[in-house]
Design a protein around this ligand. Sequence first.
Ligand code: SF4
Length: 348
Amino acid sequence: MTVDEIKSLLASQGEEAQALLNKGLQTKLQTLDNCVHLRGLIEYSSCCAKNCLYCGLRCTNASAIRYTMSDQEVFDCAQLAMQLHYGSIAIQSGERSDRAFVDKITFLVREIKRQTDGKLGITLSCGEQTEETYRKWFDAGAHRYLLRIEASNPDLYYKIHPKDHDFDKRVACIESLIKIGYQTGTGCMIGLPFQTLDDLASDLLFFQEKQVAMVGMGPFIPHPDTPLWQYRNAIPSVAERVQLTLKMIALLRIIMPEINMVAATAVQTLDPQGREKAVKAGANVIMPNLSPENYRKEYLIYPDKPSVSDNAINDQQELEKSLQAINHRILYDAWGDSVAFTKQHLKS
Ligand code: SF4
């Protein structure tokens, strides 16, 4: 698909837009199935050395409450994922690259693998690291890594990041992850200030060019304690950002039919039915939050995260029901690897 074709579909409205979403769903059902894979989300630490202009965890935000989970709390979350038959967890954290942090993640990954007899799949999302660190974590047992490019147009990237961030380094990190053998995921924010339809079309083509195995895309949600808050009235409306996100999901499913794609929590933040709508547009991964209740409200990259009960079993039953209502089902006790990745590796 060309940039112009993508732009035209992103601009579509009414029946044309609905036809696009239907095609995203159809493509998924024909290429994959109606299964949704779960990744139990563990928000390990809200401490971050970076200062991204959109993020509530940025290091200069004095209002953010900083925490780091204890080892035992992390292990308890992993055990909960096992009990709930999720098959896979995702450990997400603010970015640190000091030795103590790198060693701690290595230890946690190795220990979770040991405690679960290697049964639990582990995705990491801990930002930019050296290739050596990525290798260390891979060797410890992590097999997927999510590092969002956020904006594939360098000009836009530098408008939403401080000057000391390096777009080329970000891309190099994604390439290192792929080279090491991770199922590599990336993604972008949708509805950013200064963002054009050209930028969004380029994001989709960037994912395709890099041949990533997974993508997580979500609407931009301004955080009051960040510099981008000043542009909150200069971005698309909530409804427009949700709709654009759904169209991006459907388009990417059509362009890259076999990848894993997340129905991001940010869509659910803006629309209570957002997660289900994302699944109906082509997403096939959901990341239920398993972090202890007392930490969830402190891990605020963006505000107003949906309040979740502290009863994971009830949440799971609710999720099952809402997915059944749209003719989908959860695939339990499976890593839910990306078909695109598996096929690429069979070839090589
Ligand atoms: S987006 Fe990630 S790296 Fe940037 S400030 Fe937030 S937590 Fe840190």
